[in-house]
Design a protein around this ligand. Sequence first.
Ligand code: NCD
Length: 304
Amino acid sequence: MKHILTTAQFSKDDVTTILSRAREMEGYCTSGSVPKLLADKIVACMFFEPSTRTRLSFETAALKLGAQVISVENATSNSSSYKGETIEDTARTLTSYADAIVIRHPEKGMVARAASVTSKPVLNAGDGAHEHPSQALLDLYSILKENGRLDHLTFVFVGDILNSRTIHSLLPLLLHHEGNVFHFISPAELRLPEEYTKDLRTRGVTFFENDDLDAALPEADVLYMTRVQKERFEDMTAYDMVKDQFLLTKEHLLLMKEKGVILHPLPRVNEIDARVDDDARAAYFRQTENGLYVRMALLEYALQ
Ligand code: NCD
């Protein structure tokens, strides 16, 4: 039984195993014949925050592998949480019904609290601005597929670096590999939290923080756009000041390497013009598809 709470829990070898299993899952799906490896299992999904891709790909992953799914969306209003139940009691309850529990919660640490009281594997589908490990693994899988390697790449992360749980989870995975360089392009208010910059400095990693997207674009092997996380702002005036600052347009593509790759965890709001979508470098919908294969691998990993 293995919880999946943070990417820091994975060694480089663990990640290699998960990604090669995801590749096999992709093969099963493409061939149209997926072994029902989780046939006698029930997967519960409790989402206390909105989701399209994460919840539906976890559910599809479970169904493809023959598991059954019980699911609560809008769990803040549509579960006993609304009546004041603690996350621990909710987790204890799900322990008697499900074999694996996938949870998304707006508060950092709540998924770990659920995991601390249950004997069933808990998968963190995003806890506040903290972590989103399954997204990071599907991002890594996408980078490997698109770029052919995970080392000696230049990453340009753009947008809400402060609150992006997908970036926070992806960084430790990229640090397993040598020679990667990072540009963090954001408004000054949305810079990478200090715990991460401190770690990068300690490791001697080359990184830059500024708001000059045009200057960084020609360097990018991977351009990773993010949405400003409106739901993390208490003050909407502060949000209005930093939103809509970086919109990737067709003109920007002229500055990029021919083999650069554009990723976005999605949903996009105003970060990538739809006219960019038909460029071969726009990989964000392929990235979304990869989420299915990686989450199939993760459910199997957690339930082994
Ligand atoms: C991301 C998230 O929820 O953190 N979405 C996702 O899971 N694909 C990014 C976002 O919401 O901006």
